[in-house]
Design a protein around this ligand. Structure first.
Ligand code: SF4
Length: 387
């Protein structure tokens, strides 16, 4: 009992410290977030307007786990910054752009802007995201955020709206044009218009073990307009909410399956999940199932790690035979890869055959669909935590 109290005490202490760090960082670099719309707000609003508004107007009590996830992003970002700096590249970290659009103050904070001055004249924006698992393709919200960043940098290039801060938040340069800021901070000469520079934006996703880059993305007027539209919509909703004219329930929420609902701090009373039947007696079973699934994931990972080590040991032993280890023996062998049907290749081959055999117009897609078989439906249980 005594130990449990002390363990909990230590967790509480770390949580309190992380909360203070997060608060200090936000104040130093982002300022009063209620007075403007940030690029991440815009990205969030694109996917779920209700979550974007709730994030701006409702206080949340961050758990230790959530604070760790938030801080992990900052720690990764700082590691990437060190990696870029040690290479001697010219980097602007957390470049701030202030932009007025139809009376709404929009602020973009660009994680890293790499600059090559004349005669190369190249700009690379790098947005760093940390995720548990690397996504197969970028999230829509991250893409809109990135397009907003490159769009604003291009539009605002020769306007005095750029600022840069030191790590502790002190202003180093304020209200400069982009070329002025690059000259003052990096000593680099840049052209007077963005069209004379090569501009690209990249998304760098990091997990604990892997890195994946998405890009390059260039200036796209339609995406910038979409970002501006969402900024004005969010600001209108914010103003109406503050004036007491709307409630959160009247704001649209994400449609269809949205994977971030489980992590959303405001999913407790979200209209996406109607308050249905109550069966509190099943809570222990759901909790047990959730714990068992977590244990299964941990066990799967542990099994994979031990298997990887044993495969390596067998490979390095330079034998194809079984290796004895006490009451067990083990061997690594190479299994033949799975054979799958490449539908696209088959579609092309069939179209080619029908064409050369002069069999007229045959709908290859319909033919393939006629040959598909769907298995019997199966039941699936989905569990989501109410935050
Ligand atoms: S629970 Fe999902 S739909 Fe509801 S506000 Fe949160 S993210 Fe949006």
């Amino acid at each position: 009992m005594m130990n449990t109290n002390r363990t909990e005490g230590l967790r509480a202490l770390i949580r309190q410290g992380l909360q203070a760090v997060a608060h200090k960082d936000t104040l130093a670099h982002l300022g009063d977030r209620s007075s403007y719309v940030g690029m991440s707000d815009i990205g969030q609003h694109w996917e779920c307007p209700r979550a974007a508004l709730a994030r701006k107007v409702l206080p949340i009590t961050n758990s230790l786990e959530r604070l760790l996830t938030l801080q992990r992003g900052h720690w990764f970002e700082s590691g990437v910054g060190q990696a870029l700096a040690v290479l001697g590249l010219h980097v602007l970290p957390q470049l701030e752009i202030n932009w007025q659009h139809q009376g709404v103050l929009i602020k973009a904070h660009l994680d890293f802007v790499l600059v090559w001055g004349a005669p190369v004249n190249a700009i690379r924006i790098l947005e760093v995201k940390s995720t548990d698992k690397l996504p197969g393709s970028p999230y829509d919200s991250h893409l809109l955020q990135l397009h907003g960043q490159i769009g604003l940098l291009t539009k605002a290039w020769s306007k005095p709206v750029f600022s840069l801060r030191a790590e502790d938040g002190t202003l180093l340069h304020d209200k400069m044009t982009f070329p002025q800021l690059c000259l003052a901070h990096l000593g680099l000469q840049l052209p007077t218009t963005a069209t004379e520079a090569s501009m690209e934006a990249w998304l760098l996703c990091l997990s604990m073990k892997e890195v994946k880059a998405f890009g390059p993305y260039g200036f796209n007027q339609a995406m910038l307009d979409t970002a501006f539209d969402h900024a004005t919509q969010l600001w209108d909703e914010l103003t109406a909410f503050r004036a007491g004219n709307i409630t959160l329930a009247q704001v649209d929420c994400a449609q269809g399956f949205y994977p971030l609902c489980s992590y959303c701090e405001h999913n407790g009373d979200c209209p996406k999940f109607p308050q249905g039947m109550q069966m509190p007696q099943w809570e222990p079973a759901l909790e047990k199932l959730t714990t068992l699934k977590e244990q299964r994931t941990a066990l799967d990972n542990e099994i994979k790690e031990i298997e990887a080590v044993l495969k390596l040991v067998h490979r390095q032993a330079g034998t194809r035979d079984w290796v004895q280890a006490g009451k067990h023996r083990f061997r690594m062998s190479v299994a033949v890869g799975r054979t799958t049907l490449d539908k696209n290749a088959l579609r092309e081959e069939l179209a080619e055959i029908f064409h050369t055999e002069h069999l007229g117009e045959i709908d290859v897609d319909a033919l393939l669909t006629r040959c598909e078989r769907t298995g019997a439906p199966s039941e699936r249980l989905t569990i989501s935590s109410i935050n």
